[in-house]
Design a protein around this ligand. Structure first.
Ligand code: PMP
Length: 348
């Protein structure tokens, strides 16, 4: 069914639709001035004394050009985690609405649902980690407001085929969130190029992975200006600090270097996967479209503990749905992967 702006407005919580957001000093006056006495800031300690641009205009302008979207289609958050939480707060009435997602997937969709007292309906992936499209649509009802799809998926590493995601965007009567945290490592194209086709689509991306900037906490949500307007209404007035905005602008100038990092990671990944698969106790290395691989071994708990004893930390996913005896291993430098492989050869 074709969604319209009216259907999206209808999914917004009534209190959020009615909300008159806080209007900060920097919202009310944004022209040129030389004497700033409006925000109770200190006149000392330039430039940190001033509140940052609440809507991060310069950064959004640059990002918009780079991603081929309008600045009004961008929300910037304290990591994409902030965008996930705000989606619940915009669209889900606590105790009434529900969110649908897949299992296994990124853990914050569930945690944010629980924080917001929103029921969370998990649909287990098929055994080959493909999307059970019909089961997902059947799990939804009239109170389903959000559907989270992580592609490439964490922790399985696979990207879902565009045709499956498209069926879900068209078939789900609510907001479909495609989390593209790992898209730069994928052979699949981003959904950003098709944002305008689907009013109910929200795409999440982050500076934390390919952009090498997990420490600064900067994530992005891309959507219809109508949806971004609600993000802006609900967010903290000055959610992104001025040093972070300045840093991100400088980072965008380094796009070529980031592309080289990604190419390097992909080369290390393919060599690592080959060597890993040759180890006797490795049962399966799952294909990856991300900067990590999921690997099934004979005794994941034991191996995990032995690696930790050597100062090597991977992620033990063996208690997660469909991931018995699985470790999730991030792709580091070639040297780091060699250290890990040598340790595994000693123990396997
Ligand atoms: N989405 C996925 C799929 C992730 O794996 C992660 C981080 N592990 C995030 C979002 C959160 O990213 P950020 O650092 O932007 O909050």
């Amino acid at each position: 069914m074709r969604k319209t702006c009216d259907s999206i407005e209808a999914w917004v919580r009534p209190n959020i639709r009615r909300l008159k957001p806080y209007s900060s000093a920097r919202n009310e006056f944004s022209g040129v001035a030389s004497v700033w006495l409006d925000a109770n800031e200190s006149p000392f300690n330039t430039p940190y004394n001033r509140y940052p641009d609440p809507l991060q205009s310069a950064l959004k302008q640059r990002l918009a050009g780079q991603r081929g979207v309008a600045p009004e289609q961008i929300f910037l958050g304290v990591g994409s985690d902030e965008a996930i939480d705000l989606l619940y707060r915009i669209f889900c009435q606590p105790g009434k609405h529900n969110a649908v997602s897949i299992a296994p997937t990124y853990g914050m969709y569930r945690v944010c649902a629980e924080i917001n007292d929103v029921a969370y309906r998990e649909v287990t992936l098929n055994a080959d980690f493909s999307l059970p499209v019909e089961a997902i649509l059947q799990a939804a009802d009239a109170d389903s407001r959000l559907l989270f799809l992580c592609s490439p998926n964490n922790p399985t590493g696979n990207a879902f085929p565009a045709a499956d995601i498209e069926r879900l965007i068209n078939g789900f009567d609510g907001i479909v969130v495609v989390d593209e945290a790992y898209i730069d490592f994928s052979s699949q194209p981003s959904w950003l190029g098709r944002l305008c086709e689907f009013p109910n689509l929200v795409v999440l991306q982050t500076f934390s992975k390919a952009w090498g900037s997990a420490g600064v906490r900067l994530g992005m949500a891309f959507a219809l200006p109508l949806i971004i307007g609600y993000f802006n209404k609900v967010k903290y007035p000055y959610n992104i600090g001025e040093p972070v905005q300045r840093y991100a602008l400088a980072m965008l100038d380094r796009a070529d270097e980031v592309r080289r990092w990604v190419a390097d990671t992909l080369a290390v990944r393919s060599r690592f996967v080959e060597q890993l698969a040759a180890l006797p106790s490795v049962r399966q290395v799952y294909p990856s479209d991300a900067n990590f691989v999921l690997v099934r071994v004979d005794e994941a708990e034991l191996l995990y503990d032995r690696l930790v004893a050597e100062g090597i930390v991977v992620r033990n996913r063996s208690t997660v749905t469909l991931c018995g005896n699985c470790l999730r291993i991030t792709i580091g430098t070639a040297d780091e992967m060699n250290v890990l492989l040598e340790a595994m050869r000693r123990y396997l």
